[in-house]
Ligand binder design. Structure first.
Ligand code: TXA
Ligand code: MG
Length: 307
């Protein structure tokens, strides 16, 4: 049951200014888009992104969609080819999300992309999200603003009922036009159906099969996992292992030396990449308590260990 009384402000100058200030301070804010209400945070601030997961109570880390003001901002984060530029010109601003190769210098927190080398990008059309992007001047990661496993919110009251005061501010601008999350596309494949239908595209689109195995490297993979064997619940490194420590277990690297799960979530994918790039043959990870964000951390570690 969500706590009562989140702060709800009607869309306007005051609401946008407060939202931008909160985002600059690393908080998340609920904001309407033309699809659903999103829970937005600074995509370059790993702790702020961990805060999105904490507020939603999501038991697993999936890569998040990053919202930007325009195509120029998007091109600063991802590599566009001619077809992607064509789709952007046709459908942006609007309910289309493009999955593209992440630029090396994008500066996006690895928790946003869940460690992948691709990024999902969208230029929203809604005036409130547009105003927030302009006022905050940074890319905003935003999944739907509902608790995990709850319905997607299309009104400020839905956000309040689902998240309560786990979200400090909800910008209210009435009902969402589409009421359905954006269509997600990678190349000529629709990864998630949405307001833009397959027939609306200028070329034939494939639909990802529900249970399709992950195909070519870097193409449609939805999960990053290290290439090296990974051992969980380790209290010490075996010979030739790189130990990712946590709390009282010191390692070559640490998730959080103080056992802070928000910090651990924020550091998780960077730590896995560093371990993969080390000169050791294997990776060991210290135990992480299965509570709060620890549940999502353990979900991701288990997937990385069993592959
Ligand atoms: O309409 C929307 O898109 C809403 C509003 C708030 O803008 N946002 C939204 O975001 O639905 P989110 O973060 O919940 O969407 C995540 C989806 C997941 O299905 C995820 O697998 C996919 O985007 N995704 C994100 N990054 C990806 C990537 N690099 N490769 C493949 N899929 C990706
Ligand atoms: Mg959702």
């Amino acid at each position: 049951m969500a706590d009562p009384n989140p702060r709800i402000l009607p869309y306007g100058t005051a609401a946008i200014a407060e939202a931008a200030a909160r985002i600059a301070h690393g908080e998340c804010v609920a904001v309407p888009t033309e699809t659903v209400y999103g829970l937005a945070a600074d995509a370059r601030n790993a702790a702020a992104v961990a805060g999105i997961y904490a507020a939603k109570g999501r038991p697993a880390f999936n890569p998040l969609i990053v919202h930007v003001a325009d195509l120029a901002a998007a091109e600063g984060l991802a590599v566009f080819d001619a077809e992607a530029r064509d789709l952007a010109a046709r459908f942006w601003p609007g309910p289309l999300t493009l999955v593209l190769p992440l630029r090396g210098d994008a500066g996006i927190a690895s928790l946003v992309t869940a460690g992948l080398s691709t990024i999902a990008l969208r230029v929203p059309r809604h005036r409130a999200m547009q105003a927030l992007l302009a006022a905050s001047g940074r890319p905003l990661a935003a999944p739907s603003a509902n608790a995990s496993n709850a319905l997607s919110p299309t009104r400020a009251a839905h956000v309040a009922a689902s998240l309560g005061n786990r979200v400090p501010l909800v910008i209210d601008d009435g009902g969402c036009e589409a009421g359905l999350e954006s269509t997600i596309v990678a190349g000529r494949t629709i990864l998630r159906p949405g307001p833009i239908a397959a027939a609306d595209f200028p070329f034939a689109m494939a639909r990802r099969q529900h249970d399709a195995a992950i195909t070519a490297p870097g193409q449609l993979a939805t999960h990053y996992a290290p290439a090296k064997p990974l051992r969980l619940d380790a209290t010490a490194a075996a010979p030739d292992e790189w130990l990712i420590g946590h709390d009282s277990i010191r390692g070559d690297d640490m998730l959080s030396a103080s056992g802070d799960l928000v910090e651990a979530a924020a550091r998780l994918f960077d730590a896995l990449h560093r371990a993969d790039a080390s000169d050791r043959a294997g990776i060991a990870v210290a135990p992480v308590p299965d509570e709060g964000l620890g549940e999502a951390i353990n979900d991701r570690l288990r997937r990385a260990a069993h592959r």
